[in-house]
Design a protein around this ligand. Structure first.
Ligand code: GLU
Length: 315
């Protein structure tokens, strides 16, 4: 019997074709919710107009469905625009105004590298500058603006600890250092940043379970804290293991070798699903299986925790 209170989501950014790592996370998100009798929604994370393409959005939806991963609610190639972040700026503006009214926001005039961090929610790209912009004098601020420096907007965090229990990795403790861990909520080009949009959307859309890859673990305390400021309770977060490509690097949409275009040429949905389930730890062998037949076999206890290196010859 379905449990209407459990809602998970696919939240892909249409900046390239989905790769093997994205498919693994999507499969885990779907299995998590289906095994609990909940529903899935598809939210298109096309916040960044320069890196979002409709053609990839369409292909992402098609690739998920090809593998047997479906959703009840949300964006699809022929509609559901209100589930596309690119058309939700007015909502993010509301959240932004509320944070502003609480005195939590300030303009940050730091370099492009730091501004880009707001659109790249992955560790390593998520530098923060621990800058002096928050206490900048009005004279300096006017000088910056006279010189054409457009500010990003950051939220100021206090010295605090954020704790939560990850559904897969267990108890987590993150320390915020006031000033250093401030993060961007609106970029200098006025595009709302990932942290604001994703957490506000999860709250507004009634998502109860966020399942995503472990490289986003560092974003979770920021999202929990932001939502707390806006009056929303934390959700359940389950991070999944990362797939590690050749040479020990993290997989990226920029890698052509293991994206869905290449994978679909060499696999049926069942053969790919079996290999993903085997990599995750859900099957002892990479034997073909339908996604739906994995539902009764799914349990987080079986899912690996360490980074998963691709065995030679599997793909
Ligand atoms: N849109 C993000 C990505 O494709 C995922 C964000 C999330 O799951 O919170 O990497």
């Amino acid at each position: 019997m379905g449990n209407s209170k459990i809602v998970g989501r696919f939240a892909p950014s249409p900046s390239g074709r989905l790769h093997l790592g994205n498919m693994l996370s999507s499969l885990l998100a779907w299995l998590d919710v289906r095994s609990l009798g909940g529903t899935m929604l598809f939210r298109l994370e096309d916040l960044d107009p320069e890196r979002s393409f409709k053609v990839y959005a369409d292909l992402m939806a098609e690739d998920l469905l090809w593998l047997g991963l479906d959703w009840e609610e949300g964006w699809h190639p022929d509609g559901g625009e209100n589930y596309a972040q690119g058309s939700r700026s007015a909502l993010y503006e509301d959240a932004f105004q509320r944070l502003k009214d609480m005195g939590l926001l300030y303009s940050c005039y730091c370099s492009r590298a730091q501004r880009l961090a707001a659109s790249a929610p992955h560790p390593g790209e998520m530098r923060d500058c621990g800058c002096g912009c928050r206490t900048m004098t009005d004279v300096n601020r006017r000088l910056m603006e006279k010189n054409g420096r457009l500010p990003a907007v950051k939220v100021h965090v206090p010295d605090t600890e954020i704790t939560f229990t990850d559904g897969h990795y267990g108890p987590q403790v993150f320390s915020f250092r006031s000033g250093y861990d401030d993060f961007i909520v609106r970029r200098a080009d006025s595009v709302f940043a990932y942290q604001l949009a994703v957490s506000y959307d999860d709250a507004l859309m009634g998502v109860t379970r966020v399942v995503r890859a472990r490289d986003l673990m560092d974003s979770t305390p920021k999202q929990i804290w932001l939502m707390e400021q806006l009056g929303y309770p934390p959700l359940t977060y389950c991070h999944g293991p990362l797939l590690v490509a050749g040479g020990g690097r993290k997989m990226s949409k920029r890698d052509g070798d293991l994206n869905m275009e290449a994978l679909r040429r060499q696999h049926t949905p069942e053969t790919l699903c079996g290999k993903l389930a085997y990599l995750a730890g859900l099957l002892p062998e990479p034997a073909p299986i339908k996604a739906i037949d994995l539902v009764p076999l799914f349990s987080w206890d079986k899912v690996k925790k360490d980074g998963i290196f691709l065995p030679d010859g599997l793909f």
